[in-house]
Design a protein around this ligand. Structure first.
Ligand code: TZP
Ligand code: MG
Length: 224
């Protein structure tokens, strides 16, 4: 990835909201929260519609299109979780996959010209993802999370420092249990951004928490 594109992606991943309708009370609530998060300043959004109570088929596609449109209008990066066909159907900016979501060479070929993000829980997984062309890495879970039922053991911010000390130079976001209280230590450990679900989807005021999180990330990036 070119230096300029990398710097742009590092900025764009500063505050990465990840959510699906099942993380909210209803599909309409999901859309409202997304609008408020955008108003608060999220820089990227991942449409992650999976698990119990998720939308499927046409309803899922329609919601993905609405989310894509509003993100595009506000210049918020729009990434689809796991679903290559959905990514193509809504012409998303990219795809995010986990370690068990398919062959990375295939995913890389199929996402040519788009961003490919990969989740990594260990240094070996991050090295492998980059060798297969990942544009950015999602590292975690950093802290305990109750949002993802099959989440692995929390790795702590030490994983981010380990990545940075071992030549993992691609844009990097931490995910899992990140809140306003701990976001700055994730950035100070070497991440370019924080990815959150419940900190925003479960907030009383998603707009306010988003702007506070973004401020915390920017302040930590400046090193103050
Ligand atoms: N991947 C690792 S942890 C996690 C995902 C999708 C869930 C993050 O949710 P929260 O609510 O921000 O802890
Ligand atoms: Mg996955």
């Amino acid at each position: 990835m070119r230096t300029q594109a990398k710097a742009r992606l590092q900025q764009d991943l500063s505050l990465y909201f990840v959510a699906g309708t099942m993380n909210c009370n209803s599909p309409e609530d999901f859309y409202r929260i997304l609008l408020q998060a955008i108003e608060g300043g999220i820089t990227a959004f991942q449409f992650r519609e999976k698990g119990v109570n998720c939308l499927s088929g046409q309803k899922q596609l329609e919601m993905a299109k609405r989310a894509r449109e509003v993100c595009q209008k506000h210049d918020v990066l729009f990434i689809v979780n796991d679903d290559l066909a959905l990514m193509k159907a809504v012409d998303a900016d990219g795809l995010h996959v986990g370690q068990t979501d398919g062959d990375l060479d295939f995913m890389r070929r199929e996402t040519e010209g788009k961003l490919l993000g990969v989740s990594a829980h260990t240094l070996a997984e991050a090295v492998d993802a980059i060798a297969h062309g990942a544009d950015y890495i999602g590292a975690g879970p950093i802290y305990q999370t109750s949002t993802k039922p099959d989440a692995k053991k929390p790795v702590g911010v030490d994983l981010i420092a380990e990545f940075r000390n071992n030549h993992i130079n691609v844009p990097l976001v931490g995910i899992g249990g990140i809140t306003l209280e701990n976001a700055s230590e994730v950035i100070k450990s070497g991440a370019d951004g924080v990815a959150v679900i419940s900190a925003i989807s479960g907030a009383v005021d998603p707009s306010a928490i988003s702007s506070n999180l973004l401020r915390a990330v920017h302040t930590a990036k400046r090193g103050s």
